[in-house]
Write a protein that binds this ligand. Sequence first.
Ligand SMILES: Cc1ncc(COP(=O)(O)O)c(C=O)c1O
Length: 330
Amino acid sequence: MANTDFGTQFFDEMTVTHFDGQVWSATDFAPSDRLPLHPATHVLHYASTCFEGMKAFRTDKGDINIFRLDDHIKRMQNSARGLYLPVPDAEQLKGMIIDLLEKYREQVPAFPGAAYIRPTLIGTDPSIGGAASPSTNAMLFVLISPVGDYFTVGEGMRVVVNTEDLRCAPHFGAIKSGGNYASALGLVMKAKAAHNAQQVIFAPNGDVQETAAANCLLINDKEILTKGLTSEFLPGITRDSILKVAKSLGYQVNERDISADELVEWCKTGEIALSGTAAVLAPVTEVVYKDSIHTVAGGSQAPNTLKLRQALNDIQCGKVADEFGWVTSI
Ligand SMILES: Cc1ncc(COP(=O)(O)O)c(C=O)c1O
């Protein structure tokens, strides 16, 4: 499956639960190709929504390895709190994911393919009067999409460093909510049109944060460097995993502020990588800053980036023992 098709095919069913203001209903299976909603539904007007994106991998033994299930659920609960939506019950959501994967386990592709798991929470009050009030009713569903490898080794990736704009409202950066992507989209489109770039690194006032859909890591033979977590950007689970794997391989891990000038300087000798569930860890090959193009020394075959990516993939697909306790095997 080509990466252009990413997220366009789904298991025939999804798992669903509804919150009625008091309790979550028992989990149901439902067709995954329709969602009847009243046109006044809160989410359609006031963006009361959050979601997660995680992957499950088929191992050589035929097990299905869900990667960092508990951590994704925790992040979703945090997003729900930020939106004043009913917080999903962790055990129920875990069951919704596992039961759906169990039922359709034959459709989980072989590695480097995976099942991309998309739990989604929406506010369902049928009221357009709720601009200043949270939705008390909600729906939680889990969609699963069989996907191929999002990343092809050897492809170039040009990114623009934008020091003027924010990806989203700063107090909302750690929440995985659709509005943040809508907020960044126009800026990514402008970077594509002006510089033929694939992504934007948001660095408001020179403070390097993340792109519209991935975290940003500076890597060389000895060190891995990335901004420490704040409420302004998403605490990526791939970011956290790569930092821990890097530490275990003897890299020095530094979480601190990085300026746009420092990032551009880093291009001369190091590697720059974007991390996220879909692409895992992908090398940046060119950085556009103040209208100049800087070639990243590591290039598209960035050795440390690809080594770390491989080390993480090996844990995900069960090739090496999971000493971190990240995998839920079913
Ligand atoms: C804005 C943003 N930052 C970072 C990430 C990386 O997060 P994770 O590694 O948990 O997938 C994502 C998406 O997946 C994202 O949408």
